[in-house]
Design a protein around this ligand. Structure first.
Ligand SMILES: NC(=O)c1ccc[n+]([C@@H]2O[C@H](COP(=O)([O-])OP(=O)(O)OC[C@H]3O[C@@H](n4cnc5c(N)ncnc54)[C@H](OP(=O)(O)O)[C@@H]3O)[C@@H](O)[C@H]2O)c1
Length: 276
C-alpha cells in the first residue's frame, strides 16, 4: 500500500513497539497521529519522525482512560484519509482482583478494550469507503493463559485477539486487513516498574526476548502479504498466519502449543510462577 500523505494513527507511540511503528510509517511519508501520556517522549518521537520523512506529525497527549483523549483520537479515526490504525497502547497492573482498587482495573478495560473497539469501528467505516486500510490490534501471548495478579491484562488481550479475528473476516471484502499482533516478551518500557527487570530480561528455555524493531518488521511483513492477497483474490478468506501474527519462532511454537496443553497443566504452571 502507498501510505504517502495518508493518516496513520498509533496509540502508545511514546516508546517501545508504538514508537517503532512510528519510525517505519514516518519513512513511508505518512501523516502520523501519535498518542501517549509522556509529552516529552512524544515530542522526541515527533522530532525523530519528521527527520525520517513523515509528511506531518500530530500529537494527542493524554490518558486514553480519559474519555476526552479517547474522543479526540476517535474523531480522527473516522476520517476517510485514515489508512492505518494501530491500537497499541497498553500497560500492566499487578494485583489480585479482590485486592485491587476498581480504578486501575476499569482503566485497563477502557484503554485495552473499549477504546480499541471504538477506534476500530470508526476506522472501519472510513476504510470501507476508501476500499482499503490496515488495523493492527496489539495483543499478547499472555492473553492465551491464566496469570494470577494480571486478570484484566490477560482478559483484555484475549478480547483483542478474538475481536481482531472476527473483524478480519468482516472487513476483508472491503479491502481492509485486520491483524492481531500477539508478541511474547519484548524489550521496551513496559516492564520498567518490575524490580530487577534488567536481570529478568534474560532468555530462558522457550522464553525469548525480542527487540521492538523485529516485532514490527514481522507485523508489517504479514500485513503486506495480506494486502497483496486481498488485491489478487478479493473474495479470499483471510489466512490465520496473516490475522494472528506471533513474532519469533519460539513464541510461534508456544502459540501453537497453547491450545493443546491441558488447562490443568496451564493452571499448575501459572501457580508456580513467582509473584511480583
Ligand atoms: N513488552 C512486552 O513484553 C509486551 C509483550 C506482549 C504485548 N505487549 C503489548 O505491546 C503494547 C506496547 O507496549 P510496549 O511493550 O511497547 O511498552 P511501552 O514501551 O511501555 O509502550 C506502551 C505505550 O502505551 C502507552 N500507554 C500506556 N498506558 C496508556 C494510557 N493509559 N493512556 C495512553 N497511553 C498509554 C505508553 O505511553 P505513555 O506511557 O506515554 O502513556 C506507551 O507509549 C502494549 O499493548 C503491551 O501490552 C508488550
Amino acid at each position: 500500500m502507498n501510505y504517502q500523505n495518508r493518516t496513520v494513527i498509533i496509540t502508545g507511540a511514546s516508546s517501545g513497539i508504538g514508537r517503532e511503528y512510528a519510525r517505519v510509517f514516518a519513512g513511508k511519508r505518512a501523516r502520523l497521529v501519535l498518542t501517549g501520556r509522556r509529552e516529552k517522549k512524544l515530542d522526541e518521537a515527533r522530532e525523530e519522525a519528521m527527520g525520517l520523512g513523515a509528511a506531518s506529525v500530530e500529537l494527542i497527549v493524554g490518558d486514553l482512560a480519559d474519555a476526552r483523549t479517547a474522543s479526540a483520537v476517535e474523531a480522527i479515526a473516522g476520517d476517510r484519509n485514515t489508512a492505518v490504525l494501530i491500537n497499541n497502547a497498553g500497560f500492566s497492573h499487578y494485583g489480585n482482583v479482590a485486592e485491587s482498587e476498581c480504578g486501575p482495573l476499569l482503566d485497563m478495560l477502557m484503554v485495552q478494550a473499549e477504546v480499541p473497539l471504538r477506534l476500530c469501528r470508526e476506522a472501519l467505516r472510513g476504510m470501507r469507503h476508501a476500499g482499503s486500510g490496515l488495523i493492527i490490534n496489539v495483543g499478547s501471548l499472555a492473553g492465551r493463559v491464566a496469570v494470577p495478579g494480571s486478570a484484566l491484562y490477560v482478559a483484555t488481550k484475549c478480547f483483542l485477539e478474538r475481536l481482531s479475528e472476527t473483524l478480519a473476516l468482516e472487513a476483508a471484502a472491503d479491502g481492509v486487513v485486520v491483524q492481531a499482533l500477539t508478541p511474547g516478551y519484548v524489550r521496551t518500557d513496559f516492564h520498567r516498574d518490575i524490580e530487577n527487570y534488567q536481570e529478568k530480561r534474560q532468555n530462558r528455555g522457550l522464553i525469548r526476548w525480542m527487540d521492538a524493531d523485529a516485532v514490527v518488521r514481522r507485523s508489517l511483513r504479514a500485513a503486506d502479504r495480506a494486502h497483496r492477497r486481498l488485491r489478487s483474490h478479493p473474495h479470499a478468506i483471510p489466512r490465520r498466519r496473516d490475522v494472528i501474527v506471533i513474532p519469533g519462532a519460539a513464541n510461534r511454537f508456544l502459540g501453537a502449543l497453547s491450545p493443546l496443553v491441558p488447562r490443568n497443566l496451564v493452571y499448575r504452571a501459572a501457580m508456580r510462577q513467582p509473584r511480583r
